[in-house]
Every structure is written in structure tokens, then in C-alpha cells.
Write a new protein. Structure first.
Length: 365
């Protein structure tokens, strides 16, 4: 067979497979519609239907990754199935998700990675506004950054948990790649100012010291805001990611300029709905202790005694008295696990207050 004939034969096979895939996706979507009908039919009077099931979605993605034998990688097939689920869920009930905006931020990228592109995503100007939108019921979920592997905690997010009664329903991790971006009119040999969010400037500090030691670094409210500004200024550049570059039509003067190649940010999904266990979960709590010697030690011993892994501990001022603190603790397990119930009971006897922010599936993607 000639090359042309071989390619033609392969394309016929691909067309045939696509038709089968379409048939199967449509059948799956009809099943999701049926799920919605069943959920609606079995509601008690006054009860609201729960369409989005994060624990079920985590299971579906893990199941697919376990079955996958290549040649596509696990992450790749999971991303495809994430989008299929997103579209199926949107047929049941379109989800509204608020995120720390404006459009083009890494938080938007995280929201789309977690929920897929079929959600209605709404940018908010500040982290606190995301919390308020979710608390008011104007959106189903919110997405906020909580920690970066280079720069540490996002304090605004931690502090917002002290002020709102919301539940953590999930987490997303995103590799963060920063680029130095310029507009069409930028005089690249005369850059006198570089805009970005303070966290991003910090994540690229060494690169900036080496390449632009004398250029003014200007912290603005988001990377997307930085990208927007350079469009109208001739002597400015921005540090931002791919989404912002695309959105504002900027070009990359330098790529992947973050100081650490593994630079990642963790985001939280906040909502009003508690998530049942999946067997691979994490729990986040806030604890306030008496300001006396050994308080932190006494708090941690019960975890150690039960072999519960702490994945993170963060301290913040309590805001209810000078030099008093609260601890944000993440650990492995679900609040319904007997061992976790037991540890929560014990620490609530030894501390001033314990608040469970939520138990949620470990990030699959
Ligand atoms: C189909 C359901 O509803 C939603 C859609 C899902 C899917 O498309 O697989 C999974 C969980 C839910 O978010 C369900 O509850 O099973």
C-alpha cells in the first residue's frame, strides 16, 4: 500500500471509532440525565437535590486511571474523562463556580481543571468575595488559592475561614509556570517596570535579580491584571501564566522563569455541602489553644499516638486577642473514620475550640 492509501485507511478507522465514541458519550449523557430524574423523584418535601458528587467523580477518575493501559498517560485520560463528566453534570444541572479573578488567573485554571470547562465560572475581585458569594448561595462553589510550594500560605484564604462558615469540598494542585510577557508595542530593550502579583514576583525573585536587577517590580492585584496593564504601556512587562498571555494576546520574552521547577499551588474548593468518604481523603481543621507552654505539643500528640499523618500545619493570629493564635491543620483521613472521630474528640477536650473545615478527596489530577 502506498503512504496515501495507508493514511486513508487509518483515517477511515479513526472516523469509525469517533462515531462509536460519540454514540457512547451520548449514551453516557442520557444516563446522567436519568440520574437527575431519579434524584429529583426521590426528594423529600423541602429537600434540595444534590447533583454534584465530588466523591463519585473522584472514584470515576481513579477507576479510569487504574484501567488505563496506554498509550495515553493516566493524567491525559483523566483529563478527558473530567471533561466528559463536566458536560454530563452540566446536563443534570449547570454548576456555578466563583474564583479569584479576573479572568486568566491561575485560580481560574484551577477551577477548570477541577470542574471541567462546562461550569459557569465567575471571577471575583478578592478572596473574601469568593467566600461571600458561596456563603450567600449566589454560586454553588468557590475556588481559592491556599498555599504555594515556594512562597507558603495564602493568608487571606486562611483568615477568611475564620470569618465564614463554609465547608472545604475538594482540593486542586496546579503546576505554576510563569513567563515574562510583553505586548506588541513593548520596547523590549527599555523595560523599566515589571508587573505581577506579589506571590509571583516572589516565586521569580532569583530570575529577576539575575536578568532585571534594576527594573522596578510592581505588585498588582493579580497576574491577569499585570498582563492587562502591559498592553497599553511601552516600557512594561508582566509576569503571568499561559492563560493570561493568551487572553491579552501577549508574547513570551522568557518562558518558565519560576525559581523552582516544581513550583505548584494548591487551591481549595469551598461550598456548603459535606463530602462523604472515598477511602483516600484529607481533613482540614482549625484549632485555637490556650496560650500556655506545651499547647502545640499537646495538640499534636493525639495524632502521633494514632499514627495519623499530618500533611500541613499553619499558624495565624486569632484576631480575638493580642498574641493568641489559631492553628490550621490538615491530616490524612475522613472525619467519619473512627480513628479520626476519636482524635477530634480528644483534642476538643484539650483545646479552646476545634472546627472541622471539611473532609474531602485527595486531588486526583
Ligand atoms: C451522574 C451523577 O451526577 C454527577 C455526574 C457524574 C458523572 O458524569 O459521572 C458523577 C457525579 C456527579 O457529579 C451521579 O451522581 O452519579
Amino acid at each position: 500500500m502506498s503512504e496515501k492509501e495507508q493514511l486513508q485507511a487509518l483515517r477511515v478507522r479513526i472516523d469509525n471509532l469517533d462515531e462509536q465514541i460519540l454514540g457512547l458519550i451520548s449514551e453516557r449523557a442520557r444516563c446522567a440525565e436519568e440520574v437527575a430524574r431519579v434524584k429529583m423523584a426521590s426528594l423529600q418535601p423541602g429537600e434540595k437535590p444534590v447533583f454534584y458528587r465530588p466523591e463519585r467523580e473522584a472514584w470515576v477518575l481513579k477507576h479510569i486511571m487504574e484501567l488505563n493501559q496506554g498509550p495515553l498517560g493516566n493524567e491525559e485520560v483523566a483529563r478527558l474523562f473530567r471533561e466528559i463528566m463536566s458536560s454530563c453534570l452540566a446536563l443534570e444541572h449547570p454548576l456555578k463556580v466563583a474564583y479569584l479573578g479576573p479572568e486568566g488567573t491561575f485560580t481560574q485554571a484551577a477551577a477548570l481543571k477541577h470542574f471541567g470547562h462546562a461550569v459557569i465560572s465567575q471571577p471575583m475581585a478578592a478572596i473574601d468575595e469568593v467566600f461571600r458569594e458561596v456563603a450567600a448561595g449566589a454560586v454553588n462553589f468557590g475556588v481559592v488559592p491556599v498555599e504555594n510550594s515556594t512562597e507558603g500560605a495564602v493568608n487571606h484564604t486562611l483568615d477568611s475561614f475564620l470569618e465564614h462558615d463554609l465547608v472545604i469540598c475538594g482540593e486542586v494542585e496546579l503546576r505554576i509556570h510563569h513567563h515574562l510577557l510583553v505586548g506588541e508595542n513593548t520596547k523590549t530593550d527599555k523595560i523599566s517596570r515589571i508587573y505581577s502579583h506579589a506571590q509571583s514576583l516572589a516565586q521569580c525573585r532569583k530570575w529577576l535579580d539575575a536578568h532585571y536587577p534594576n527594573v522596578e517590580r510592581v505588585a498588582v492585584s493579580s497576574n491577569a491584571d499585570a498582563a492587562k496593564r502591559v498592553k497599553s504601556e511601552w516600557n512594561s512587562a508582566a509576569i503571568a501564566g499561559d492563560m493570561a498571555a493568551q487572553l491579552y494576546g501577549l508574547t513570551k520574552l522568557a518562558e518558565k522563569i519560576e525559581d523552582r521547577p516544581d513550583n505548584s499551588t494548591r487551591f481549595l474548593i469551598i461550598g456548603n455541602q459535606a463530602v462523604p468518604p472515598t477511602g483516600d481523603d484529607k481533613t482540614s481543621i482549625i484549632v485555637s489553644t490556650n496560650n500556655k507552654p506545651g499547647a502545640l505539643h499537646n495538640l499534636l500528640v493525639p495524632f502521633q499516638a494514632r499514627g495519623i499523618d499530618l500533611t500541613r500545619i499553619e499558624t495565624r493570629p486569632s484576631r480575638s486577642g493580642k498574641w493568641t493564635y489559631v492553628f490550621f491543620i490538615d491530616f490524612v483521613g475522613h472525619q467519619h473514620d473512627p480513628l479520626v472521630k476519636d482524635v477530634l474528640e480528644q483534642i476538643s477536650q484539650e483545646t479552646v475550640a476545634v472546627k472541622v473545615l471539611g473532609s474531602y478527596p485527595n486531588a486526583v489530577l
